[in-house]
Every structure is written in structure tokens, then in C-alpha cells.
Design a protein around this ligand. Structure first.
Ligand code: NAD
Ligand code: HSE
Ligand code: NA
Length: 458
């Protein structure tokens, strides 16, 4: 068909911030080429903003700006939501879906909290869809490969660096020896972290992405409340240095993994002290984790993201690239928009993701990982025996123990102290927590620090 004869599709854009302004730019610059790809020319009919006179990162035609988002949605064929937050984004998306209009969104906070409701609304209005590639790891294609390319496989684990701000901070701490506060200040100066970086450094942003990706990977609906979440504010320069000395790097990992009822044997011969009848399900968590320097995720530097997928038939896959930023995230939004419009042009109902499996989210108590911890002790006979007895009592098996003598420690002038770095075999989280509580009470232990999970230690 000649370009001039292509039908028009009316696109409403909600939000003209970092990502929205870039989406508007691409739509305005590339609409003819995109029209050829879609078979209909996308026409940006308006951009809903809060303040039409606010400064923008991209020069946008003033006549497209409006504060009446509802009228704009009403007039459109497809809606792109890039305002963020729960309301009014949720209500606006629901009204568009109920009117049969496809929606593209980057709103991870909303998807991680109200995903089931939004998917249900899309499914009820046959022919429509909600797409959100931008919501997980920005530009990296991961949502659609999980939905489509891996839909015939069985995913066992998804492991990712899904927050650029925290990866930048941990990378700075690792490569320059900076402490947490200095690295955070640098991340803010470079514009990676928000002025209020809480959602990034406390792990909430990554937890939202784990809920979204875990739902797709395991064909079950999860929300952010199902994700056990620990941020990086407690990670010290000493932890990072100790990890480096032992051949590891600390990353904030988002994990969604299949838990089977049989996954109890750690290969060490130790018997767990508490019953371990784990029910099958999926564990979802965000935790600072030591990973070996040779692991593919260890090489993910700066503000980059990566997602590592282990699937039964595909084996190990890694998806890597920019996880944030206006133009990169706009690329993911545009991919979803083109795909949704191609479907509309072709006709027929949209294909909904399947969440039929209903695998329950499991409690973190039953998760089995290795742990690293450092103890400060007096250097005298019987100390090691007392400590290792507590580990044995709780069924936690020690994999490696390194001793460093500290003859001049300020804690006890004139006394010989030793620092013990212990890495355990895989153990249940609950058993490890009890071990640590008991060890803290021992007279032989002056300090316990650097308690961090370890991936792939045995
Ligand atoms: N920036 C990134 O790198 C990135 C990456 C992935 C996903 N996302 C997601 O994309 C979305 C947009 O992110 P952003 O970085 O562009 O945020 P932003 O804060 O730069 O932009 C949001 C814009 O929406 C406007 N807005 C807020 N409420 C509104 C309302 N009720 N009506 C009209 N306009 C309203 C704000 O004034 C602001 O200009 C968010 O959901 C975010 O989580 C962002
Ligand atoms: N704040 C997020 C933006 C992308 O979701 C990050 O640092 O990765
Ligand atoms: Na993505």
C-alpha cells in the first residue's frame, strides 16, 4: 500500500517525563517508517501532562500537550502510560482496556501491585492487551522473550541485576573501595539515583521487577508482597573487600526460583535441626548476594542490568543491556507499541499471558543458599570448637573457614584476636538465622558481621 493510503491509528501518550518525552520524539520523527512496519501510521494525537508550561527534556509541539487525560484516552485507539505511580494511572489504564484499547506501560510499581486486575481487564475486553516490556530491565528484551520465546520451555530460575542505581553503587564500592554513602552520592550526581533513592537502595524497585518477571516465568500471579526484599544500605566497604579477597563480588540479585519438595540435600551429609518439609512453589527474593567473579552476572558493571535465565531445555541464557534511561526505555515502549498495533491491524483477539499454574510463593525460611559471615573472636583454645558446635546443632555445615590473626586489634588491647571468615554449604534460611542468633550469644564471639548470601558456592 502507498504510504499516503495507510490508515491512521491514534496514539495517546500519558506523561512527558524522561521516558514519555523520548517516546513522543520517536513517534514524531519516525511515524512514516513505523507506519510501513505496522501497516497503519501511528499518529500522536496528544500528550497528557500535569503542567503544560513545565520545562521538558525534549522540545515537544505545545499544541499536543493537554491536562485532560480522560478526553485524550477517549479519542485514542491505543494508550501509552508513562506517568508512573498507582493512581490515577490504574484507573486510566483500566478505562482504556475496558473500552477495548491496547495499553503499553512502563509502570513496574503498578504492574507489581495490580497486575492480576489489569490482566483480567485486558482478557475480558477481547482483542485488547496490556504490554510492559519497559517495566523490567528497561531496554533489555526480557518480558516478551519470556512470554513468547520461552513459553514452550520450563523455567527453573531467573536471576537478575534489575536495578541500575544499586549496581552502579556496588560496582563503585568494588572497583574504587568507596563506601556506600560516597557511591550513592556519585550515583545521584550522575542522575542514576533519584533525589529520594529509597525505592532503589531498599530493593523495592527490583522487587517489583521480580514479581512481574516471576509471574511470567512460572505462569502464576505474584505481587510485590510475595517478594522477600533486602536492600544494600547495610553493605559495607569491608564486606565488599572481604568478598573481593575471597574471589566474589556483591550484587543486588533479584531471584525467582522453582522450589521442589525434594530440594533438601546439601550434599554435606549434615542433618537440618528443624523439619524441612518444604512445599513446592516459587521463591521470590531480592537480596545482596556474593557471586563468584567468573559468573556471567559478575561482569555486569556500572548502571547496566542483566537477567540470567535457567530453563530445562534451553539451558542458561543471559539478557544484558541498559536497564534504565529515557531513550533506552523508550525503545522497549516502542517495541510494545509496534507489536500491539500490528496485532490490531491483523485483527483477531490478542493473546493473553497464562497465569494458570498457581504455584504458591514460598516462605524465605525454606530457601537454601550458602552464607558467608565473619566472626571476631579471642585467639585461644576451644573457640573454634564452640563455634562449630553451634553450626552442627542447627544442621548447618561449614564449607570453608579462614582465620586471620589480629594481634593489635583495638577491641582488646594486649589480647590476641582472630577474624574467622566462614562460608557454609547450602542451608535453610531458618536454620542459618537460628545459628547466627545463638552464635551472637557465645562468650567466645566478640562481633559477627558481613552476613551475606552466596550463590553457587557448592
Ligand atoms: N526512567 C527510567 O529509566 C525508567 C525505566 C523503566 C521504567 N520506567 C517507568 O516509566 C515510567 C515513567 O518514568 P520516567 O522516568 O519518565 O518518570 P518521570 O518522573 O520522568 O516522568 C513522569 C511524568 O509524568 C507526569 N505525571 C505524573 N502524574 C501525572 C498525571 N496524573 N497526569 C499527567 N502527567 C503526570 C510527571 O509530571 C512527569 O513529567 C514510570 O512508571 C517508571 O517506573 C522508567
Ligand atoms: N531506578 C531504576 C530505573 C529503571 O527501572 C534503576 O536504577 O534501575
Ligand atoms: Na525490558
Amino acid at each position: 500500500m502507498h504510504r499516503a493510503d495507510l490508515p491512521l491509528v491514534r496514539v495517546a501518550l500519558l506523561g512527558a517525563g524522561n521516558v514519555g518525552a523520548e517516546v513522543a520524539r520517536i513517534l514524531l520523527e519516525d511515524s512514516e517508517e513505523l507506519g510501513d512496519r505496522i501497516g497503519a501510521r501511528p499518529e500522536l494525537i496528544g500528550i497528557a501532562v500535569r503542567d503544560v508550561s513545565a520545562p521538558r527534556t525534549v522540545d515537544l509541539p505545545q499544541e499536543l500537550l493537554t491536562t485532560d487525560a480522560e478526553a485524550l484516552i477517549e479519542a485514542a485507539d491505543v494508550v501509552v502510560e508513562l506517568t508512573g505511580g498507582i493512581e490515577p494511572a490504574r484507573t486510566r489504564i483500566l478505562s482504556a482496556l475496558r473500552a477495548g484499547k491496547p495499553v503499553v506501560s512502563g509502570n513496574k510499581a503498578l504492574l507489581a501491585q495490580h497486575g492480576p486486575e489489569l490482566h483480567a481487564a485486558a482478557a475480558e475486553a477481547a482483542g485488547t492487551s496490556i504490554s510492559y516490556e519497559a517495566a523490567v530491565a528497561g531496554a533489555i528484551p526480557i518480558v516478551r522473550p519470556m512470554l513468547d520465546s520461552l513459553s514452550g520451555d520450563k523455567v527453573n530460575r531467573v536471576l537478575g541485576i534489575m536495578n541500575g542505581t544499586t549496581n552502579y553503587i556496588l560496582d563503585q564500592m568494588d572497583s574504587t573501595g568507596a563506601d556506600f554513602n560516597d557511591a550513592l552520592a556519585e550515583a545521584q550526581r550522575l542522575g542514576y539515583a533519584e533525589a529520594d533513592p529509597t525505592a532503589d537502595i531498599e530493593g523495592h524497585d527490583a522487587a517489583a521487577k521480580v514479581a512481574i518477571l516471576g509471574s511470567i516465568a512460572f505462569h502464576s500471579s505474584y505481587t510485590i508482597d510475595d517478594v522477600y526484599c533486602r536492600g544494600i544500605t547495610g553493605v559495607t566497604a569491608e564486606d565488599v573487600e572481604a568478598a573481593r579477597d575471597a574471589g566474589y563480588v556483591i550484587k543486588l540479585l533479584g531471584v525467582a526460583e522453582r522450589v521442589t519438595a525434594e530440594a533438601h540435600d546439601d550434599g554435606s551429609g549434615a542433618t537440618a535441626a528443624t523439619p524441612t518439609s518444604t512445599s513446592a512453589g516459587v521463591n521470590l527474593r531480592v537480596v545482596p548476594t556474593m557471586i563468584p567473579r567468573q559468573h556471567p552476572l559478575a561482569g555486569v558493571r556500572g548502571a547496566f542490568n542483566a537477567v540470567f535465565v535457567e530453563a530445562e531445555n534451553a539451558g542458561e541464557l543471559m539478557f544484558y543491556g541498559p536497564g534504565a534511561g529515557g531513550a533506552p526505555t523508550a525503545s522497549a515502549v516502542m517495541g510494545d507499541l509496534v507489536a500491539a498495533l500490528r496485532r490490531s491491524v491483523a485483527g483477531g483477539p490478542a493473546v493473553a499471558p497464562s497465569f494458570h499454574a498457581g504455584l504458591p510463593a514460598t516462605n524465605v525460611d525454606d530457601v537454601r543458599t550458602s552464607f558467608s559471615l565473619t566472626l571476631l573472636c579471642p585467639d585461644r583454645a576451644g573457640v573454634l570448637a564452640a563455634i562449630s558446635t553451634v553450626f552442627a546443632q542447627h544442621g548447618v555445615s561449614i564449607s570453608t573457614m579462614q582465620q586471620r590473626d589480629l594481634p593489635d586489634a583495638p577491641e582488646r588491647p594486649g589480647e590476641c584476636l582472630a577474624e574467622l571468615r566462614i562460608v557454609t554449604h547450602r542451608a535453610r534460611n531458618a536454620d542459618l538465622v537460628r545459628t547466627v542468633e545463638t552464635i551472637r550469644e557465645l562468650d567466645e564471639v566478640l562481633d559477627l558481621r558481613g552476613l551475606i548470601r552466596v550463590e553457587s558456592a557448592d
